[in-house]
Design a protein around this ligand. Structure first.
Ligand code: ZN
Length: 168
């Protein structure tokens, strides 16, 4: 078990497109366990590898642990194979942008495919918070943060609030 330091915006690793993992081995399983430990420690529900400085296409999430039941998921080489036309903005936080919530437009339903720790690739039909979380974490693997999903005017407002918060 290891708690890893979390990279914060505007670190350039958060703007990088991550490389495919390619397969399940001990290294990626070890990384995923450390990411889960780090996510729980930071009181988050999702964490992507670039947020701990590793530029690989893997993220972890646990949608239910704050309600009392741990259900850790490790998503390796994820892709979204279908998006609903329905797009709704909703408030999102990010462990790499502490203290800031942004209203990010997201598809309300998606199908996503990823490799699980057992090495099997499966498709998942997701709605609600699960759909939002996967879109958010997959954005990280493509070098996209919540700020990048906002209109220029909205981005200016939230980014200014973050800058003020982080000023020395
Ligand atoms: Zn995030």
């Amino acid at each position: 078990m290891a708690i890893l330091p979390i990279v914060t915006f505007p670190d350039e690793r958060l703007s990088s497109v991550c490389a495919p993992v390619g397969g399940v081995d001990d290294a990626v399983l070890h990384l995923a366990q450390d990411m889960l430990d780090t996510m729980y420690d930071a009181y988050g529900r999702g964490l992507a590898a670039p947020q701990v400085g590793v530029l690989q296409r893997v993220f972890v999430m646990d949608l239910s642990w704050k309600d009392g039941t741990r259900a850790p998921q490790v998503c390796i080489d994820p892709v979204i194979s279908w998006w609903s036309d329905d797009v709704v903005p909703g408030p999102e936080g990010c462990l790499s942008i502490p203290g800031v919530t942004a209203d990010v437009p997201r598809a309300t339903a998606i199908h996503a495919v990823w490799t699980s720790p057992d090495g099997v690739r499966r498709e998942h039909a997701l709605t609600g918070f699960a759909a939002i979380c996967v879109q958010h974490e997959l954005d990280h693997l493509n070098g996209i943060v919540t700020f990048d999903r906002l209109s220029p005017a909205a981005r200016q407002v939230v980014e200014a609030s973050y800058t003020v918060r982080c000023a020395p």
